[in-house]
Design a protein around this ligand. Structure first.
Ligand code: CUA
Length: 348
């Protein structure tokens, strides 16, 4: 193989790898759910604007540096003929001032908007109509409280558009990280300390969330969904969540209701009026509130669709679905599991 053909083989191999990489980046229908460059709130819009600003600045710096490099190599190098005498000057005041001041200005141009966005993410005051949402991270699921509305839910948080939302972030055990890239960016959830994310969402839709701080066996299974809705839809959702749970009176769901109350389920899970904890947030071991479990589209901290089949799979052996999970196998029969699943799905 000649050197030339080796070069062209190498070039085509590199091109093929590049093409493969680019085609792998092609977004699936509906886009990448954890894409950080699809802003849907004032907060993520300011992250995006900052990203674009800094990237443009970086590209300008890159162009200038590469151009200077090429000029130095191609134009100002004196390789042929007799070499020039090197400069005898010890320093050049103007040159040194230039390469001190210009980088300082570039850093300033990056720092000022960055600090402005950092301050924006941590306001000390909020508008009067702010909706507070308490986020409590547990190994390995998310609890959501709306203290002003009295709503409690898990793993699927609903928020209205056009209103300031203040997520207060708490942890019940270890350090987690609340990451909802398209709606509100990311912030650590630290035990013993309240962190916050404050934003105004403006694009209705269903968005993905994920814990992004390694927090134990099922860290990767600690997901959630954010439903951004019109204020009217949100009010309707909240009103429904405040309503009493379904009380099936016949069929497998009614049998399941009896199993739920008698089995250990009721020790850890709230179904309002049937079992569980007060609405006020307290620290302590528990599982997700199931009062309106059937109204959720996902289960197991958003790792699977909420279907009777998946609920049955989960109850049969939770640890098989979610390694390390604190929920034990209940040791109930297959028929009872199906009745329990029918009851949980009836909790719309
Ligand atoms: Cu919670 Cu990772």
């Amino acid at each position: 193989m000649t050197a030339l053909s080796r070069k062209s083989t190498l070039a085509s191999a590199l091109l093929a790898i590049l093409a493969l990489a680019i085609s792998a980046c092609k977004p699936p229908p509906g886009g990448f759910p954890l894409d950080t460059l699809v802003p849907t709130s004032d907060l993520t819009q300011s992250f995006y604007d900052l990203f674009v600003k800094v990237t443009v600045l970086d590209i300008i710096v890159l162009i200038v540096v590469v151009a200077a490099l090429f000029l130095a190599i191609m134009v100002f190098s004196t390789r042929t003929g007799s070499p020039r005498q090197p400069s005898v000057k010890h320093s050049d005041m103007y040159l040194e001032m230039a390469w001190t001041i210009i980088p300082a200005l570039i850093l300033l141009a990056i720092t000022v908007p960055t600090v402005r966005v950092i301050i924006k993410t941590q306001p000390y005051t909020w508008p009067k109509d702010t909706l507070p949402v308490q986020v409590i991270a547990h190994q390995w699921w998310w609890e959501f409280h709306y203290p002003t509305l009295g709503v409690v839910t898990a793993n699927e948080v609903h928020i209205p558009t056009g209103q300031t939302i203040r997520f207060g972030l708490f942890s019940d055990d270890v350090i987690h990280s609340f990451f909802m890239p398209q709606v509100g960016g990311k912030r650590d959830v630290v035990p013993g300390q309240e962190n916050q994310i404050t934003l105004i969402a403006n694009v209705p839709g269903e968005y993905y969330g994920q814990c992004t701080e390694f927090c134990g066996d099922s860290h990767a299974n600690m997901r959630f969904r954010v439903f951004v809705e019109s204020p009217a839809d949100f009010q309707q959702w909240a009103k429904h969540q405040l309503g009493p749970p379904a009380k099936p009176t016949s069929g497998p769901a009614a049998a399941g209701a009896k199993i739920f109350a008698d089995a250990p389920c009721a020790i850890c899970h709230t179904v309002r009026g049937v079992s569980g904890f007060s609405k006020e947030y307290t620290y302590g071991f528990r599982g997700p509130d199931l009062t309106h479990f059937g109204s959720r589209s996902t289960m197991g901290a958003a790792i699977m669709d909420n279907t009777p089949q998946n609920v049955a799979i989960w109850i049969r052996n939770p640890a098989e679905v979610k390694p390390g999970v604190y929920m034990p196998t209940l040791g109930i029969s297959g028929g009872e599991i199906n009745e329990l699943a029918a009851y949980l799905e009836s909790l719309k």
